[in-house]
Write a protein that binds this ligand. Structure first.
Ligand code: CO
Length: 186
């Protein structure tokens, strides 16, 4: 499957709201291939020379529904400023098994490969999450204890399984409403 900014499903397509189904394990070749292509997209999307040539919009994560496949698979790569990978996941059936009461949001708001228009505002999510998933890179079940940016990214991607987009969480009356006791991540 060719994944680029033209083939990624946008929010004007009702498919983006479709709920994703559990993936049958062990992972079949078709699902594994798709997940690895998603991971490759995320990796290459932050390499400017490749991104420009292949029409890739920079991203830290992508979920299968964004390429039109309603299955619970997501690929995430977070890199540091030098482009070195801080973490990399190819997750199948990820599920939040616990989350903090404390909330956090990114000071600059969120973006999404499926959202073209800008939606300004804070997206409050749990500050910490524990996610259980099958990791197709390690080929085993893992538990991710995440806080900070990774916790936000995981919740953004897992929302895609429910057809939820980041701007659904923005307080339209007061987009920059500061919730007392919540963390603001720069
Ligand atoms: Co998204």
């Amino acid at each position: 499957m060719l994944i680029n900014n033209d083939t990624i499903i946008k929010d004007n397509d009702p498919l983006i709201r479709k709920k994703s189904a559990d993936v049958v394990l062990p992972l079949n070749e078709e699902d594994r291939t798709l997940l690895m292509e998603m991971l490759k997209y995320v990796d290459e999307s932050t390499i400017p020379e490749i991104a420009e040539k292949e029409n890739l919009r920079p991203a830290v994560g992508i979920s299968a529904i964004q390429v039109g496949v309603p299955k619970k698979m997501t690929a995430i790569i977070i890199k540091d400023e030098e482009g070195k990978k801080e973490c990399e996941y190819a997750l199948v059936n990820p599920k939040i098994i616990s989350n903090s009461v404390e909330k956090a949001c990114l000071s600059s708001g969120e973006g999404c490969l499926s959202v073209v228009e800008e939606h300004e505002g804070l997206v409050y999510r749990s500050a910490r999450v524990k996610v259980k998933a099958y990791d197709a890179l390690k080929n085993e079940e893992i538990i991710i204890k995440a806080d900070g940016y990774l916790a936000i990214v995981l919740q953004h991607e897992l929302d895609h399984f429910k057809g939820i987009l980041f701007y659904d969480h923005i307080n339209t009356k007061d987009p920059y409403h500061q919730e007392a006791g919540s963390l603001i991540i720069d």
